[in-house]
Design a protein. Structure first.
Length: 356
């Protein structure tokens, strides 16, 4: 059996922080949690909102934006200001979506003290960290930021940008919000694949360049698969709870063992589609650096072959999530290697399909 006990480096990263606000912020960014022993109701404002917005998962969106930017940076018409605006808009949208999901699931009665959402990290509302009204106001504020970004970019790039934004809004808001509730229909993983793949990467590329070659659509698929694997792992972790509440996520529909197999398949699919994209000229060959992520894939796949442990390893901060954490570690490694390969291609002009 493959061991997933934290390495010495991971133990250092997950160790309780020393006193100080900077250390508290860093811990929240690493683990989605306040420092051990801290009262969620008495946190400093920055730590509180880092936890409330689940800022620890925002790097998934940052990596998508970097993929788009590195594909676009040498293309004719690339605009740094518009790319920066798109990046801000993506991060605001992701934070907004996290808050909206918590609001929707709380109002629907799904989020309770016994549900995993309130166990792996303090629930924004149930823990008393913030009031429901504050979460609602934060959602409106972030939506206002996104609307301003949309108008600023659409003035330069035209109606296709509005189409991207509307598609992203319907998919993201509909993930947990009635009447759509994609996750309750077994469509949550597909929604994540589409949003973090084609919509984020192709939409950001179009914002920065003003056109959208077919190569970008192909190049967006591998990273979308990576992000879908994280949600799949999370839904495997919550399968029993979701089944009990009638939330028919894909793992509920498939069953435990097949769902774990599909999760592994999504991660393997990242490497297969990356190779395919290089083969058809949609990605530059330096991105084959992602092969350095195969040891992490092997470790993750080994974990997915067996049920989750009955108890968390020492220092494991997001229990009862297990497979979600396994997949997230893989996403960080594989996604960073994809970005590194694109950066090498961009700096050297090697193998770039778009400009150079």
């Amino acid at each position: 059996m493959t061991s997933l006990a934290p390495t010495s480096r991971e133990r250092r990263l997950l160790a309780p922080p020393k006193a100080g606000r900077l250390a508290s912020w860093a811990y929240a960014l690493r683990t989605t949690n306040p420092p051990p022993g801290a009262d969620p109701r008495s946190l400093d404002p920055v730590t509180r909102w880092l936890v409330v917005t689940r800022a620890a998962v925002l790097p998934m969106t940052l990596l998508a934006a970097l993929v788009a930017g590195l594909l676009a940076v040498r293309a004719d018409g690339f605009s740094w200001p518009l790319y920066a605006l798109a990046l801000v808009g993506l991060l605001a949208a992701h934070a907004c979506n996290n808050l909206l999901n918590d609001l929707s699931d709380t109002d629907a009665g799904l989020d309770t003290a016994s549900y995993p959402r309130a166990q792996y990290a303090p629930h924004p509302i149930l823990s008393g960290m913030v009031r429901r009204r504050s979460v609602g106001l934060a959602v409106l504020g972030l939506m206002a930021v996104d609307l301003a970004v949309l108008v600023a970019i659409a003035v330069q790039r035209g109606w296709p940008l509005v189409a991207f934004a509307l598609a992203g809004l319907v998919l993201s808001v509909g993930y947990a919000t009635p009447p759509l509730r994609w996750k309750a229909r077994g469509l949550g993983e597909l929604e994540v694949l589409l949003v973090w793949g084609p919509l984020m990467i192709a939409g950001t590329y179009f914002s920065a360049v003003g056109e959208l070659p077919w190569q970008v659509w192909v190049a967006s698929v591998p990273y979308g698969l990576l992000c879908a694997s994280v949600l799949m792992g999370k839904h495997v972790d919550k399968r029993a709870h979701d089944a009990a509440t009638g939330t028919r996520t894909l793992p509920v529909l498939l069953g435990d063992v097949p769902a774990r197999g599909v999760t592994t398949g999504l991660m393997v699919g990242f490497y297969a589609t990356t190779g395919l994209a290089v083969g058809v000229g949609a990605l530059p060959w330096p991105v084959l650096l992602v092969a350095l992520g195969l040891p992490t894939l092997r470790r993750a796949a080994g974990a997915l072959r067996t049920p989750a442990p009955a108890e968390p390893p020492a220092g494991f901060p997001v229990w009862p999530l297990w497979f979600a954490a396994v997949c997230f570690v893989h996403v960080r490694r594989a996604g960073a290697l994809l970005v590194l390969g694109l950066a090498v291609a961009s700096i050297t002009g090697t193998g770039l399909p778009l400009g150079g």
